[in-house]
Write a new protein. Sequence first.
Length: 347
Amino acid sequence: MSSLLVVKVAAVHAAPVFLDRRATVEKAVSIIREASRNGAELVAFPEAFIPAFPVWTSLWAPIDNHDLFERFAAESIYVDGPEIARIAAEAKRCSIFVSLGFSERSYASVGCLWNSNVLIDDRGSVVNHHRKLVPTFYEKLVWAAGDGAGLRVADTRIGRIGGLICGENTNPLARYTLMAQGEQIHISSWPALWPTRRPTSGINYDNVAANRLRAGAHSFEAKAFGIVCAGYMDAAMRDFLVQRDPNAAAVLDGSPRAATMFVDPTGAPLGDLLHEEEGIAYAEFDLNRCVEPKQFHDVVGYYNRFDVFSLTVDRTRQEPVTWREQAAVASAPSAEKEAATSDSMFK
């Protein structure tokens, strides 16, 4: 009887060096090395880890944030730039898979950004590049809509790995797209906090409960393991925002923090959970446990009606312009040659 792998995974519950892409890359390299030393074969970073999650879009009106947008754009990175290359080189050196959230720049526009994620394999190659399909709520003030090109599950030596960013994990069609590719490990990435109301209302968004619910639901439906990887707000990030506006302290201090955790194919928790402290969480995934639950509900197999339901996914990478260059035209025959040829036809 064939046996699937048992994989040790790591989830990073850490803050970036706020709005500093170079320093954050070096912090990420240090974390990758630590996770590798501790035996992890896959390490996942939070949403927009480089250069930071733009939480200020929830705090102040956009007319007051022009300088922050300019700085955020300047510290965002290209998917084929030196920062991703540095992370990829470290993944290869440590023989570890890396899932990394980052704010992506566009070559077509100095102001167009995407909320993106890359999966890098243990040989240093980017095996998937995903842009968040729809920025959520106030995220629309900084990020553009992505496309379906990254709705892929990577078939790797440690299992079939997929992932979605933050609110995408509430999208049943996006989730089903990954399920239908045999996903065994699902990575969901999140910010450190996500204010939706003034804390005094008493009904603010509960990050821990909501993220656990969504992760558990997806893992139960997909019969896959889940990595819930959330960011962390450190003192430097808080101080930066409060120094800009002391009134921000009430929202930052009163909004629920997100947690980093893991769930098994039944939706039950396993491994470490990190909430109030910065660090790396670990868990072991026995991929054999993805098989038995498929007997009960295999929503991409027997427990479906493909004659009743259908889903079409466009995985075209969207571009702002399609170029059609004129092909080089072969030298046309001279008039004299054409005349000579014509004459010879009638001789």
